[in-house]
Design a binder for this molecule. Structure first.
Ligand code: NCD
Ligand code: ZN
Length: 350
């Protein structure tokens, strides 16, 4: 049995760190492990302009521990009024990497998202021209569509027509949850990729109802059936370079999760790479982890891979029940109080 695993430093291509007082509690978890992270722009108000991104990036950098090298990769939140000029400005900024499409109402802080993708056609044309990727939250929002079918429906109704209308547009299908999504990406050309989260590779929808209602297993897109988890795992470990790591770590205060109307999001950044090591090992595919975590993302984004490496050691440890979260709140992580098999060497939690 392998005791130690050294990897090129990985990146997280889908991450929520929020803003303000909580940054100091969550950013160090990511920065200790990952060289870069794609920072989701669904703040309130959203991060929509280059100016917003410059300032948000600065606040994130201030929360990075001394001596740690971490580069936030900023993303603009698309709204109906996004123009081609917004894209040219983003491309010139050198700090904005991508644009995020939230269908209005699809998830946390998506109220000002795009109401019809055709409203941003000019921006999409400009993105295609400058090679800036579109990151999509792939769910339709129609109330009459079953919540478990929303991703599959998005592929047919929105994604396929859009990639046909923009044949060179780079697209990352974010946090995919279904066999249909994995198949779509496998059958698409090189400009289409997908990120996969810890929770969708590790859990199926039974986890939401295991012995009672489990708010800390609720995220969007919602967990799906076991056969979908198996399809995702097969895709992640297949060696296909268009699948890569994106935790979608999404911290919320404990009180907002454990509530009559609990919000969506699972916190995994504190062990972002350790969870994937466990998942890949259980699938007998540890040898595929490095490409998934450290090579495929930069390749898709046209960036160099990280130069340093990290080492994971097989040393079971107990995940805390909660972490500090801003001045008065607590943050409950995935698998709180339970055991993880891999530990990051040299981490603050060691
Ligand atoms: C995310 C959040 O809380 O910002 N929640 C989630 O369940 N994944 C939003 C998102 O990525 O959909
Ligand atoms: Zn997300």
């Amino acid at each position: 049995m392998m005791k130690q695993l050294t990897l090129t430093r990985p990146d997280d291509w889908h991450l929520h760190v929020r803003d303000g007082a909580v940054l100091k509690d969550v950013v160090p978890h990511t920065a200790e492990r990952f060289g870069r992270a794609i920072i989701m722009p669904n703040l309130q108000p959203p991060c929509c302009t280059v100016d917003d991104a410059v300032h948000y990036r600065q606040r994130i950098l201030e929360a990075v521990p001394e001596g740690v090298q971490f580069e936030p990769q900023m993303v603009l939140y698309a709204r109906d009024n996004m123009t081609a000029d917004d894209i040219y400005a983003a491309a010139d900024s050198n700090i904005v990497r991508a644009v995020k499409l939230y269908p209005a109402g699809a998830t946390t802080n998506s109220d000002s998202g795009v109401t019809d993708i055709r409203n941003i056609d000019q921006a999409l044309a400009a993105m295609q021209e400058v090679g800036m990727p579109l990151l999509v939250h792939g769910e339709v929002t129609d109330a009459d569509i079953d919540v478990f079918d929303r991703e599959a429906m998005f592929i047919e109704r929105i994604l396929k027509p859009t990639v046909e209308r923009f044949p060179e547009l780079k697209v990352v299908f974010e946090h995919i949850t279904t066999a249909q999504a994995a198949e779509f990406v496998q059958g698409a050309d090189d400009r289409i990729a997908a990120t996969m989260t810890v929770q969708h590779l590790l859990l199926n929808r039974n986890a939401i109802f295991e012995g009672g209602l489990r708010p800390h297993h609720y995220c969007l897109p919602v967990l799906k059936r076991e056969r979908h988890r198996e399809a995702l795992l097969a895709a992640a470990t297949s060696g296909n370079p268009r699948f890569f790591l994106g935790t979608d770590s999404a911290p919320h205060p404990q009180g907002k999760k454990e509530s009559a109307c609990g919000c969506a999001g699972i916190y995994t950044a504190f062990a972002g790479i350790e969870f994937y090591a466990e998942i890949f090992e259980q699938a007998g595919a540890l040898d595929k982890l490095e490409a998934f975590a450290s090579f495929n993302g930069p390749r898709f984004y046209g960036l160099p891979v990280n130069e340093e490496s990290i080492t994971l050691v097989r040393e079971p440890w107990t995940i805390p029940d909660s972490f500090a979260f801003g001045d008065n709140e607590r943050l409950v992580p995935l698998r709180a109080g339970e055991t993880l098999q891999w530990r990051l060497q040299g981490s603050a939690s060691e």
